[in-house]
Design a protein around this ligand. Sequence first.
Ligand SMILES: Nc1ncnc2c1ncn2[C@@H]1O[C@H](COP(=O)(O)OP(=O)(O)OP(=O)(O)O)[C@@H](O)[C@H]1O
Ligand SMILES: Nc1nc2c(ncn2[C@H]2C[C@H](O)[C@@H](COP(=O)(O)OP(=O)(O)O)O2)c(=O)[nH]1
Length: 414
Amino acid sequence: MDATTAPHRIPPEMPQYGEANHVFELMQNMLEQLLIQQPKDPITFMIEHLQRDNDYVPKIVILGPPASGKTTIAMWLGKHLNSNLLSVESLIAKEYSSLAASARTHYQKFQTLPNMLLVRLLQERLREEDCVRRGWILDGIPETREQALLIQTLGVSPRHVIVLSAPDTVLIERNLGKRIDPQTGEIYHTTFDWPPESEIQNRLIVPAGISEGETARRLLEYHRNIVRILPSYPKIVKVITADQPCVDVFYQALTYVQTIHRSNAPFTPRVLLCGPVGSGKSRQAALLAQKYGLVNVCCGQLLKEAMADKSKYGEMIQPFFEKETAVPSYVIMKVLKQRLDQQDCVERGWVLHDFPRDRDQACLMDSMGYKPNRVFFLNVPYDSIIERLTLRRTDPVTGERAWALGLSAAPGPS
Ligand SMILES: Nc1ncnc2c1ncn2[C@@H]1O[C@H](COP(=O)(O)OP(=O)(O)OP(=O)(O)O)[C@@H](O)[C@H]1O
Ligand SMILES: Nc1nc2c(ncn2[C@H]2C[C@H](O)[C@@H](COP(=O)(O)OP(=O)(O)O)O2)c(=O)[nH]1
């Protein structure tokens, strides 16, 4: 096939640049907001969106039955992440908002809000600069599937949804000990979280709606709704047991909200296997190559092939093999570059082993622009390695390795 009909070669720098700068996610988030907000002037909107650079601010929903600790965890997360805590109470308490004023009236009468009113209140709040810049944490919102769907049509999509769970009996018992500081809004508990300062202790109040009957009624309401809400958030829900100390719940929640979900960006695996001889690099490389369609690149094998082909690098390598001395890193890197730049490695990705073997080689590889995006270090006890190496057999024809115990050999490098 001549150069005019050969497929267009994607230079390896392109996918690497896209991955390193999260270009795909950047464009995907901007496009998502563009289609949701439908601004009159898309160009200005896109420029402002990109300048805001708020694609990774917290967008968290915390759901759970009464007394499961939603507000407690939401408050602690809000402080830790410097983000905004939004609950029904905080939304209707908003000042200088006619919407909030009418919501307050309705809430005082019926202790609940119509779905559309709540969602419009939420939309008004999320558009404010602090929520745009520092993200938000919804405490107990949405309460119903209808609210979840309405919120989604507004384009408000959380990145992480945490669902707290605990047995009803535990929650009914727990709620009886709930106390609130009217000055700060902080939540305490007569048994699990009692403030040390006597000044705070003295001013704590017993909140409404914590009696056994009231909690049981709210639990019934919650169980009926939650099963219909969760399907709105496939793949981003994490259930955390709330029947454990608050601090443990908090740290599990914090760990989860700090994870970044896999994006839909095209991903070319560039895997590096490190580890002592006999740790299983060749075997794992062969299995990874087989499973994910990667190119299995064994550095040692490459050097032998270069010598067998009597290529110019092969002639440079030959003397070092004959004298059984280390081949200079820059020569190895040239052979490696030749292989990793081939179309199959660029398109399918690669799994490399037997190189780099030291820091200098790793820095050389990095400086040449070959940056693995997954690195595994195989750590095996010394005795196991000795046993494996004594039992290892290599096929002189195919180079495949197997165990003297008859373990089938995984396919060798390609
Ligand atoms: N993991 C926990 N272990 C023990 N007590 C907890 C735990 N989490 C919260 N609490 C206590 O339980 C009570 C209820 O907590 P919180 O108000 O945060 O729950 P909630 O889910 O927001 O409840 P509601 O939905 O009724 O507002 C508080 O007194 C709080 O201190
Ligand atoms: N028990 C056990 N043995 C393994 C495993 N991976 C590889 N082996 C065996 C197969 C080989 O005979 C020997 C060394 O494996 P290898 O893949 O050649 O090691 P490496 O020198 O490439 O790192 O150990 C493994 O995961 N478990």
